[in-house]
Design a protein around this ligand. Structure first.
Ligand code: GLN
Length: 446
């Protein structure tokens, strides 16, 4: 059914880069055999899943939507993918994205842009745009995405589905092609909150292969969905409903808060005073980390190697010039500049300090509130092409998701209405490792 649906819809949506039809059918009959022989059903038994193309999958191309990796065939699978297999879900294929997860519209894919299933003239968001569009179009039951500054939550919002960025360290990054290692997290994109809890249950947990993996007890996420939010204290940052937020988005968020009130929660306006510095801080830190992480793509170790180099340096230069797209080059140059001696203290070190202030903003609010709620993005989806060539406007789309990433705390985006016929996302932010409260509130609302 999944492949039939893809055949029907993906010529217009273009969510997939690679399909795994043979592998998926083999995995499905293997599950069937196991069941016939009296085996138990796994947590995600038989559920068709799509995987963002920056998570490595053994024997299945993993391109990061980059020309540089267009032939990269990994020899192992990431931990999250292995955990999905262990839970008996089936990998349907690999999903389109902005190249190396840099972007917010899928227009930075070096292959083709994915389109928003609600209206194919519009972007699905990004960078996990393929992951969001595929779930919204009913091609897969759920997908995995990655979120560095909003890349799960923002496309979930634009496509009218549920996207969860877990606490930094909760889901192993082993096998996730690194963009900005101190921010990257894998998480589920699903049709509803219950599914999100199930997928998180399957992929969360300590992994010795990831040195930043948190060694914490994994609670019962599904069991947290009690439907009860009585007495929950919600803080609503005034910075998330001020300038630059589309009035229709604001209206939808305020209506959602009313609904929380009617369910017995309370809310008050709070302040995250360093929000105005978050976008600058993020683009400095993320680009710096990216410039270091992407140094490994030298034309020798992975992917495509340029023809006819004059010498070794020329081989690196040609492979990288030909392999990387404009946005990736922009970030590598920005990051290299910020990390270079003489500029390090003024930019990178300063940004690290501001990151701490942003995290403290969250700590202060969480001293008095259980959750922070606001919009996921300042607007609903925009038209394909509308923001191309204007990277600064594109960067500002992440104003509500980036601070959360810098603080490392969990957040979910759930649908909360429409603006001009396109879905609006509500962002529910929790304390570190308190995904249970985030999921419980989201579930009660939906
Ligand atoms: N849009 C942001 C960026 O371009 C976020 C990307 C992400 O979370 N991977 O960096």
């Amino acid at each position: 059914a999944s492949y039939r649906r893809i055949a029907e819809t993906d010529t217009s949506i273009q969510a997939f880069l690679t399909l795994n039809e043979e592998g998926a059918r083999a995995a499905a009959s293997e599950l069937d055999n196991q069941l016939q022989q009296g085996g138990e059903r796994g947590l995600l038994f038989g559920l068709p899943a799509g995987i963002k193309d920056n998570i490595v999958t053994e024997g299945l191309l993993t391109t990061c939507a980059s020309q540089l990796l267009r032939n990269y065939d990994p020899i192992y699978s990431g931990t999250a993918v292995k955990k999905l297999s262990a839970a008996q879900s089936i990998t349907i294929g690999k999903l389109n994205m902005d190249e190396f997860a840099m972007g917010g519209s899928n227009e930075n894919s070096s292959f083709y842009p994915t389109r928003n299933p609600w209206n194919t003239d519009y972007v699905p968001g990004g960078s996990s745009g393929g992951s969001a569009a595929s779930v919204a179009a009913g091609q897969v039951y759920f997908s995995l995405g990655s979120d560095t500054g909003g890349s799960i939550r923002q496309p979930a919002a634009y496509c009218g589905i549920v996207g969860l960025k877990p606490t930094y360290g909760l889901v192993s990054r082993f096998g996730l092609v690194a963009f900005a290692s101190s921010l990257d997290q894998i998480g589920p994109l699903t049709k509803n909150v219950e599914d999100s809890a199930y997928v998180l249950q399957a992929i969360a947990g300590y992994d010795e292969m990831d040195s930043t993996s948190a060694n914490v007890e994994i609670p019962d996420y599904v069991g947290a969905l009690s439907g009860d939010v009585k007495g929950l204290r919600i803080g609503v940052p005034k910075e998330y409903l001020g300038q630059g937020i589309d009035p229709k988005v604001k209206e939808a968020v305020l209506a959602a808060l009313k609904q929380f009130e009617s369910l017995g929660a309370t809310w008050e306006e709070v302040s995250l005073p360093h929000t105005e510095y978050a976008v600058a801080t993020y683009y400095l830190l993320a680009s710096s980390e990216a410039s270091s992480n992407l140094a490994r793509f030298d034309g020798v170790r992975y992917g495509v190697r340029a023809d006819d180099p004059d010498n070794l340096i020329d081989l690196y230069r040609k492979s990288r010039s030909q392999g990387f797209g404009d946005e990736v080059k922009r970030r590598i140059m920005l990051g290299t500049y910020a990390l270079s001696s003489g500029y390090y203290d003024a930019y990178y070190l300063k940004a690290q300090k501001v990151r701490t202030l942003i995290k403290q903003d969250f700590d202060n609010v969480f001293n008095n509130y259980d959750l922070i709620i606001g919009p996921t993005a300042p607007t609903a989806a925009f038209r394909i092409g509308e923001q191309v060539g204007d990277p600064l406007t594109m960067y500002l789309n992440d104003i509500c998701t980036i601070p959360v990433s810098l603080a490392g705390v969990p957040a979910i985006s759930i649908p909360c209405g429409f603006a001009d016929g396109l879905p609006v996302g509500l962002q529910i932010i929790g304390k570190a490792f308190d995904e249970r409260t985030v999921l419980r509130a989201a579930h009660a609302f939906e």
